[in-house]
Design a protein around this ligand. Structure first.
Ligand code: SF4
Length: 250
């Protein structure tokens, strides 16, 4: 692999189903590999011999397998073709995973070229702050997670998240926390405190664990209670499930 080829899982066009850019049409570039192992993860994270599944027409789900690693020019010509055939459709390109910052060396050469075609939105687990340093000049928007133990199984990431958010706040950023029925008050207090310690006006999203059929793993009263707790710290706390699931989008 060189700096112009990346291990990818999928490239496709869809509606952003969660977080601050919800509802917008994006080109999704899903990188393989992750630095964490969350309990709820349904994303293939490891590098494997699997090809990348690449859509040919945007949103038509006419995937073809493309050998990994995928060269950058293949992605650029795909997006250029989508621009010609479907002008103005895509708001931005979502760099997602897995954890895309695991591929930060590749992204250093990819992002400036992708950004000529579309604004760059980074979806990240919000831990790899030194990798973010290398890329932040080439990013327009950041959606970062704060991983809480009750839903992710991850512990002790708090200070990494705080450092990451300090750096990410140089850009248009929001924070997302996945919550379930078992989520405890202190987890939301601690997450919201991290956000308010950086800037109280950073949008804060509580995302109920969302099943394939669109139902959520938290009761209506509990989610209101968690929103009330977060609102003591942050100016704007929204509750948004993963809407792409009940719309049949990817
Ligand atoms: S950070 Fe995302 S991709 Fe990585 S293990 Fe957690 S849910 Fe899966």
């Amino acid at each position: 692999m060189n700096n112009h080829s990346a291990e990818l899982a999928e490239v496709f066009s869809s509606i952003q189903g969660e977080g601050g850019l919800i509802g917008l049409r994006q080109v999704f570039i899903r990188f393989r590999g992750c630095n964490l192992q969350c309990d709820y993860c349904d994303t293939p994270t490891g590098v494997s011999a699997e090809p990348c599944l690449m859509e040919q027409a945007p949103g038509r789900r006419d995937f073809v397998p493309v050998e990994n690693p995928v060269p950058l020019h293949r992605i650029l010509s795909l997006i250029e073709g989508w621009h010609r055939g479907w002008p103005g459709v895509h708001h931005s390109v979502s760099i997602t995973g897995g954890e895309p910052l695991v591929s930060h060396e590749i992204l250093q050469s990819w992002l400036p070229k992708l950004r000529i075609l579309l604004p760059v939105y980074l979806e990240t687990n919000g831990v790899m702050h030194t990798a973010l340093d290398l890329l932040i000049d080439h990013i327009d928007m950041i959606g970062m997670d704060i991983k809480i133990p009750s839903t992710s199984g991850c512990t002790e990431l708090w200070e990494d998240h705080r450092r990451f958010l300090r750096k990410a706040s140089a850009k248009d950023v929001f924070v997302k926390v996945v919550v379930g029925e078992q989520t405890e008050d202190w987890e939301i207090e601690r997450s919201a405190e991290i956000v308010s310690s950086v800037a109280g006006n950073i949008p804060f999203v509580l995302q109920p664990v969302t099943r394939r059929d669109g139902s959520v793993d938290i009761g209506p009263l509990r989610v209101l209670e968690l929103q009330e707790i977060a609102s003591r710290y942050v100016r704007e706390c929204r509750v948004i499930p993963q809407t792409h699931k009940f719309m049949g989008q990817l």
